[in-house]
Design a protein around this ligand. Structure first.
Ligand code: COI
Length: 356
């Protein structure tokens, strides 16, 4: 597959540190189109610019929209790698089915991203802790107001040089356990990276923010008791005798780093389980001194230790230091991502060797 590239004649200044998250965008973007008649066609890398979109496009009215998040890293020898892009290609293909959208073929997904990252490779930051965040997005772009799956789609990829997701940097985050609103119910969209899941989570997070919370932890829709996820992260609980993350049962996003952490913890011989876990069990274990750590995992958030988890009027606090499991996982994963440890699990897709 040949992807034509139109170079941006007006490249932007590279941003200064600190980068924050999702504030800056590179000089180019990847775009491809789908119609029922032609299938996927016209893939290209073009200068970063607004997308021409009909105001009647399905994405604006019926939320036919989903995205992915993955990262490219620069190694000390200037080699650029992308972390597990095949995982994101597969997850997007599966999610597209649920949203009645055509799946983006893996080759188009990977080739589009690789071509774009190669064109904008000078934007991949050098500093450990920063990376180039890749945001593939699939939207219904047919202009039609009848409620049915659109017949036309646009797949685009944009890039953003980023540092940590949370404004507190690598400091432990403060999480509010939400009991009133819900993020997802069984049979809904919870396990899909649908844009709609993020808007459904916005209000609770917005109400929690002025009280000092970085995010909210979602409970199940029926019992308001089973722990699900944090919306921007999956969660892990380190008990004295067991490490637990909620089992995937349709309402939780199957996170890429969740999978990596499960694999690493198992390989370290830790007793890790995917199972149902209630907030009451967590609160009880905390009182009994049996709950040692809580942390979140996500592409943007990487591994984020939770310093405080507040459930009703119970504020559970957790210590975090170099011996914490979350710190060990953070170190192992980032060492692999930045090429400081061998990639024995084949997580990195090498882009090209680039001389600076
Ligand atoms: C990611 O970790 O890539 C996410 O999608 C979380 C958030 C920034 C939406």
């Amino acid at each position: 597959m040949i992807i034509p590239v139109t170079k941006n004649q007006h490249p932007k200044e590279k941003p200064q540190m600190p980068l924050g998250f999702g504030r800056y965008f590179t000089d180019h973007m990847f775009v491809a189109h789908f119609t029922r008649a032609k299938g996927w066609h016209d893939p290209k890398v073009v200068p970063y610019a607004p997308l021409p979109m009909d105001p009647a496009a399905a994405v604006f009215h019926y939320a036919q929209s989903m995205f992915e998040g993955l990262k490219a890293f620069r190694h000390k020898n200037n080699e650029i790698v992308i972390f597990r892009p095949e995982f994101n290609a597969q997850r997007m293909a599966k999610g597209a089915l649920r949203l009645c959208m055509p799946e983006v073929p893996q080759e188009l997904f990977l080739k589009g991203i690789e071509t774009l990252v190669a064109v904008d490779s000078a934007w991949v930051p050098k500093e450990k802790g920063s990376s180039l965040y890749i945001r593939p997005t699939l939207i219904g772009s047919e202009a039609f107001l009848g409620v049915r799956p659109a017949d036309e789609y646009t797949f685009f990829v944009i890039l953003s040089p980023v540092a940590g997701y949370y404004s507190a940097g690598s400091k432990p985050v403060k999480i509010w356990v939400e009991k009133n609103q819900i993020r997802a119910a069984r049979g809904g969209l919870g396990e899909v990276k649908a844009a709609a899941n993020y808007v459904s989570a916005l209000q609770a997070a917005t109400l929690a923010r002025p009280k000092g919370f970085d995010q909210v932890l979602w409970l199940d829709a029926v019992h308001k008791s089973y722990i699900e996820e944090v919306g921007t992260m999956n969660v892990f609980f380190v008990f004295k005798n067991e490490i637990v993350t909620p089992a995937l049962q349709g309402t939780i996003l199957p996170g890429g780093l969740r999978e990596c952490c499960l694999e690493l913890l198992k390989s370290w011989g830790k007793p890790v389980r995917e199972r149902a876990i209630t907030i009451e069990e967590v609160a009880k274990a905390h009182v009994q001194g049996e709950l040692l750590e809580v942390f979140g995992t996500g592409t943007a958030a990487v591994i984020s230790p939770v310093g405080e988890l507040v459930y009703e009027d119970n504020a559970m606090k957790f210590k975090y230091d170099d011996n914490s499991i979350s710190h060990q996982l953070y170190k192992e994963i980032t060492d692999i991502q930045y090429g400081e440890k061998p990639d024995t699990r084949n997580w990195l897709r090498r882009l090209s060797f680039e001389k600076s």
